[in-house]
Design a binder for this molecule. Structure first.
Ligand SMILES: *Cc1c(COP(=O)(O)O)cnc(C)c1O
Length: 838
């Protein structure tokens, strides 16, 4: 093709842009219905309309996406890559409409066809490629990076099956596969041009090269292809559209010759398909490593494809990998992608033939590692046997990293054998295994915790030896959430009231909400605020009626605990308080009580016996209390099935009280706590994770804090905690537990809850439920009496929202960009003739 002819094509494309007025949107919508989807007036269903609408939006994202990518490429900017095995993205359509700034116009366009964008949005399945907080954090970070116009890209796995769908049957959790891609996902673009070969198994062969240096080749491997699928991540009305690139496993096109030769063509193809299971399913465990070979395969598959892609992109614009630290920052979301460090070293040393010392010097400034948990049982530990079989060369490299590291620390800390053992990447006993956290710390230039308390605890406890060696490596980055999704989209009523009162700048600068403070004591503003909450509660009440068939009173206090079901999060303590209230009413039907609706939602890992038993208990308690004429008008208990991002968006806006009651020292940060505060709920919580910082921001008078703090928990544990001792001093608690033992809630199976009693009383109550119980009940009483003063409650609610500014993920990301990644904002250059949004 001649140059002028190429120009003809590209000027046609680049000098054009799609208009977004009502008529243009309608025209696009109609075209997609017919030309993309082949629909007629007789065959169009709601899903088709959703899909057409998604395509209308996608077209408009595409222009800005290409301009953004070209700008990053042309300017050869430093980029940050956020590596995460989980992205809990939720729905894309309404978010894209909002960020493109075409939500009102789309509403008008669809209204002419008798459609509504909210109805269509709700047809979209959630992209649920994560378990909970860690995956949702990654999604909020992508949103903030795009909104801050940072050249940031997410990398992950395109699981065919995201987090399972939870159904409650007879009060028990059951799991159903979540085939979210079943009808196609309009927001992804397949990129067949980006495919990489991923190697597994095989052996390492050593040889001398021409210069006489010892070299290693990884040979006789099994191969799988990684195929890129890109999802656009639009910034808020700023022309930036970043990318999250998800890898899916595909078989290679080579045949196993043995099978092929004996004529078993179908058998050979079947063998290929087997390799594609690598990207088939997300492991549904939150905070507990799976330890399975398939999981390790997923981790390496993801890491290898990503590192190859990063190096390919780097080399297009740079003469060699030697300046990579100037152009590339890689953030490891937990240790799941920590094999990246070994993979990058392997490529530098074996493929690029760079000397070890130089390679290491390039590697460390590129990586940074985020730790997400204090619980040592949650740290990844890969048996050496597994690694030596699956990734023999990487194991050698990890040994080499460790060998050099240990040599260093033996010089710094001579005669401290125990310290060397603790800091080694290799655990020797009870079985030889690789400590992924140690690898991540040694291979990174920064290590961060996700709240002040968590960072202090990892510095002083979990990673104390490393902090001693490299104090400057450790940094604190308190988590955040995106206000675009968690207020603007989730709670349009409150967002509207806020914008009418203090303007719209809060959408990109959450500290602007401080301007609400003067209105906290304003009676008419308070009434408007209260009205919004009531309307939101009525909406949720309708949903509860529809889903659970339970009638709830929207004027009752909505007391909500929604998060993964985990013993350390202590849903059980919440239940014990409900039983306490139930007993109170039963024993004394005339005592006045503040009506409450207790709402729970959350998934348990399918193999987590205690967590599943707690779900059953909540549902049994609900059944009994909701049907007891003496109690049902005073307290109601609701378990909403299938907690996910889109359900969360419906629940947070309706909350009066946020339950953040983890055992102090165990919740690294929490982000649900921030979503509640943003939406004007008051918190009852322990001094744990980011609760402490929420307390600092909103003030002691506007939050309910109870229970032991992290130091007291530790002291009590070391001095010998005896839950039975508490029981002897509390006849009330004794009676509450008695109800469980007596089978009052488990009519057909008397000792159903025996394991709960055992764990609380005879197995040490590891999560200190008994120790905190009384303090929690007392605190709940204060909550109740404040709720009786609605004006005062509302005032505190407004103050909570007004002081939530710090917890925007925009603030978090700005800190990472400045202090960890060294990346700067880049404005996309909009092609001539296209209209910029700013
Ligand atoms: C925010 C969020 C979480 C994290 O909640 P925590 O209370 O911080 O554990 C988990 N799942 C979903 C769907 C969320 O939106």
């Amino acid at each position: 093709m001649g140059r002028d002819k190429i120009e003809k094509l590209w000027s046609l494309i680049e000098n054009n842009y799609l208009a977004s007025d009502k008529e243009a949107l309608q025209d696009s919508f109609a075209r997609h219905l017919e030309y993309t989807q082949s629909k007629t007036r007789y065959t169009t269903e709601a899903f088709d309309s959703y899909k057409s609408c998604a395509h209308v939006v996608r077209d408009r994202l595409m222009e800005r996406w290409n301009d953004t990518n070209q700008t990053y490429f042309n300017d050869n900017v430093k980029r940050v890559y956020y590596l995460s095995l989980e992205f809990l993205l939720g729905r894309a359509l309404s978010n894209a409409l909002l960020n493109l700034g075409i939500l009102p116009e789309m509403e008008r366009a669809l209204a002419d066809f008798g459609l509504s964008h909210t109805d269509l949005s709700e047809i979209e399945p959630d992209a649920g490629l994560g378990n909970g907080g860690l995956g949702r954090l990654a999604a909020c970070f992508l949103d903030s990076m795009a909104t801050l116009q940072l050249p940031g890209e997410g990398y992950g796995i395109r699981y065919d099956y995201g987090i399972f769908e939870q159904k409650i049957v007879n009060g028990y959790q059951t799991e159903l596969p979540e085939n979210w891609l079943r009808y196609g996902y309009p927001f992804e673009i397949i990129r067949p041009e980006y495919q990489y070969t991923i190697h597994f198994y095989g052996n390492v062969s050593q040889y001398q090269d021409d210069q006489g240096s010892l070299r290693n080749d990884w040979l006789n491997t099994e191969k799988v292809m990684a195929l890129a699928h890109d999802i656009p991540i639009p910034g808020y009305q700023n022309d930036t559209v970043n990318t999250v690139r998800l890898w899916s496993a595909k078989s290679t096109r080579e045949f196993e010759l043995a099978e092929f030769n004996i004529g078993d063509y179908v058998g050979a193809v079947e063998g290929k398909i087997n390799s594609e299971i690598i990207s088939s399913v997300l492991y549904p465990k939150d905070d507990i490593p799976a330890g399975k070979e398939l999981r390790l395969k997923q981790e390496y598959f993801f890491v290898s494809a990503t590192i190859q892609d990063i190096i390919r992109r780097h080399k297009v614009k740079n003469p060699s990998v030697l300046n990579m630290p100037d152009k590339v920052a890689i953030q490891l979301n937990d240790t799941h992608p920590a094999l990246s460090i070994a993979e990058l070293m392997r490529i530098f040393v074996d493929v690029e033939k760079i000397g070890w010392d130089k390679a290491w010097e390039l590697c460390v400034p590129i990586f940074a590692y985020t730790n997400h948990t204090m619980m040592s049982e949650a740290l990844e530990l890969w048996p050496v046997d597994l690694l030596s079989n699956l990734l023999p060369r990487h194991l050698q490299i990890i040994y080499e990293i460790n060998h050099r590291f240990l040599n260093n620390i033996r010089q710094i800390y001579p005669n401290e054998e125990d310290k060397h053992k603790r800091m080694s990447i290799v655990q020797e006993l009870p079985q030889k295994a690789i400590r992924m956290a140690n690898l991540a710390i040694i291979g990174s230039h920064k290590v961060n915790g996700v709240s002040h308390l968590h960072t202090e605890l990892i510095k002083q406890k979990l990673f104390a030896d490393f902090h001693d060696l490299w104090p400057e490596k450790f940094t604190s980055k308190t988590n955040g959430i995106t206000q675009r999704r968690w207020l603007k989209l989730a709670n349009p009523r409150l967002a509207g009231l806020i914008s009418d009162t203090v303007g719209e700048n809060w959408i990109t600068d959450l500290y602007e909400l401080e301007k609400l403070e003067p209105y906290a004591a304003d009676a008419s503003f308070g009434e408007a605020w209260q009205k919004v909450k009531l309307e939101n509660k009525k909406d949720l009440a309708l949903y509860i009626k529809k889903q659970n068939g339970i009638e709830v009173n929207p004027y009752s206090m909505f007391d909500i605990q929604i998060k993964r079901i985990h013993e350390y999060k202590r849903q059980l303590m919440n239940v014990l308080h409900i039983l306490h209230l139930y007993r109170q009413i039963k024993n004394n039907p005339t005592t006045p009580i503040v009506p409450r609706t207790f709402i729970f939602s959350g998934k348990a890992a399918p193999g987590y016996y205690m967590a599943k038993l707690i779900i059953k208990l909540i549902n049994d308690v609900a059944l009994k209390i909701n049907n007891d004429p003496e109690t049902r008008d005073k307290i109601k208990v609701v378990f909403l099935a299938n907690y996910c991002v889109s359900l969360a968006q419906q629940i947070f806006p309706a909350a009066d009280l946020s339950e953040q009651i983890s055992t102090a020292g165990m919740e690294a940060s929490g982000t649900g706590n921030m979503k509640f505060t943003l939406n004007g709920a008051l918190t009852i919580g322990t001094l744990d994770g980011a609760n402490i910082e929420i307390k600092e921001e909103v003030g002691d008078d506007n939050i309910f804090i109870f229970g032991l703090d992290a130091d007291q928990v530790r002291d009590l544990k070391t001095s010998g905690y005896n839950p039975l001792g508490y029981l002897n001093h509390s006849p009330e608690l004794h009676d509450v537990l008695r109800m469980l033992v007596d089978g009052e809630f488990s009519a057909h199976k008397e000792d159903l809850y025996k394991p709960i009693i055992e764990s609380l009383l005879y197995q040490g109550d590891n999560y200190m439920v008994i120790a905190d119980y009384q303090s929690y009940c007392n605190c709940q009483q204060k909550v109740a009496s404040l709720f009786q003063n609605q004006a005062m409650w509302t005032q505190k609610s407004i103050i909570n929202t007004a002081h939530v500014g710090k917890f925007s993920s925009d603030r978090t990301i700005q800190e990472y960009a400045d202090e960890v990644w060294g990346v700067k904002p880049v404005k996309p250059k909009i092609k001539q003739g296209r209209k910029s949004m700013k």
